[in-house]
Design a protein around this ligand. Structure first.
Ligand SMILES: [Zn+2]
Length: 343
């Protein structure tokens, strides 16, 4: 039976006792024998400190006594033979990455445990993200859309510019500003619509421009989109929808898959009723400040709803629309139209 030497302190006096440590014949207890010491302690009740460089490892007993062991290798062999295992916390902490991952997951779990927690955390993150990150998200989403469902606008450049000028010429009351750039695209697949990307890009379809009976209706829709941008609604949806994926991916050490999936995720997301109401209220305030009636937005919502309903009824079953959610995110509910008309 292997033994090793150690210094034993009885917990009462500072004097060390020279002792030998060995496993009990049954292998489940530590035997301590030496000058004036003879004790057998079950391994389950012995606590062994983590190895720290060349410093002696401590073997502590429940009565306050302890041994100092300098022969790390021999102690490791003895502990191994006795089936001693470090506690799981000690093993986790010995790898800081795991400890950090555990902390992040704990925070995310607590946050999502509260219905309000995740939206609040997402909002907080949305306003902390650097512009560079927003620009990357916006560019990759626009590229994704251009690849799959958008084609270049057929509107003359002069017409595009006059619409931009009409919107950018609005007087923006304090606190209602938000960075943006308006781009035009043709898309039969999406139909009459406008939507804002996290970086401030507002995409307007040619179909929406044709559907409008007055430029103020287009300006009203742009005002609504600016409302979403100012409150970072799309970004918040994106963060909320991907936070679990991000934590998991980061834990596995590769976030590139999640980043690549963001555009698709955004297209599946859906604004909440509260987000729509906030954007409508924002638009109404901006329009009124410029002498434009908020009913322009109501009129446009009505037309968009009719146009989308007509498109859907023309398709098989009407349920296979792949552009639900974000791209179909302006359900012109009676409630919203009425609120705008009363405004
Ligand atoms: Zn909206």
């Amino acid at each position: 039976m292997a033994t090793l030497s150690a210094d034993y302190y009885d917990g009462k006096r500072a004097r060390p006792h020279s002792v030998r440590l060995s496993l009990s014949p049954a292998g489940d207890a530590l035997a301590v024998e030496g000058e004036g010491v003879d004790r057998i302690e079950p391994l389950a009740r012995v606590w062994v400190s983590e190895p720290m460089g060349d410093a002696p490892r401590l073997v502590k007993f429940s009565d306050g006594a302890h041994c100092e062991v300098r022969d790390h290798a021999a102690l490791a062999v003895l502990l191994e033979a006795g089936g001693h295992r470090d506690s799981w916390v000690v093993r986790l902490q010995s790898r800081w990455g795991w400890a950090l991952a555990a902390a992040v997951i704990a925070v995310a779990a607590v946050a999502s445990g509260y219905r309000w927690g995740l939206p609040a955390v997402s909002e907080w993150i949305a306003f902390k993200l650097p512009d560079k990150a927003l620009a990357q998200m916006g560019e990759s989403t626009l590229a994704f859309l251009d690849d799959r469902m958008l084609s270049p606008s057929t509107l003359p450049e002069a017409r595009q510019q006059s619409l931009r000028d009409a919107f950018d010429g609005l007087d923006v009351p304090n606190g209602l500003g938000a960075d943006h750039q308006i781009v035009f695209r043709n898309s039969r697949a999406i139909g009459a619509n406008a939507f804002a990307l996290p970086d401030g890009t507002i995409i307007v379809t040619d179909q929406m421009v044709s559907l409008a009976g007055h430029d103020e209706e287009i300006v009203a829709v742009l005002a609504h989109e600016l409302g979403h941008l100012g409150r970072r609604h799309s970004l918040r949806m994106l963060i909320q929808g991907s936070i679990v994926g991000f934590v998991a991916a980061w834990y596995l050490g590769d976030v590139s898959n999640v980043v690549a999936g963001l555009p698709a995720l955004l297209l599946q997301a859906r604004y909440s009723r509260d987000h729509e109401r906030e954007a409508d209220e924002y638009a109404a305030a901006l329009l009124k400040a410029n002498g434009i009636s908020p009913s322009r937005l109501a009129d446009m919502l009505e037309k968009m709803e009719q146009s989308h309903a007509a498109e859907k009824s023309g398709k098989e079953g009407g349920a296979s629309d792949p552009f639900g959610g974000y791209l179909d995110s302006h359900p012109a509910t009676r409630e919203r139209i009425q609120a705008l008309e009363e405004d």
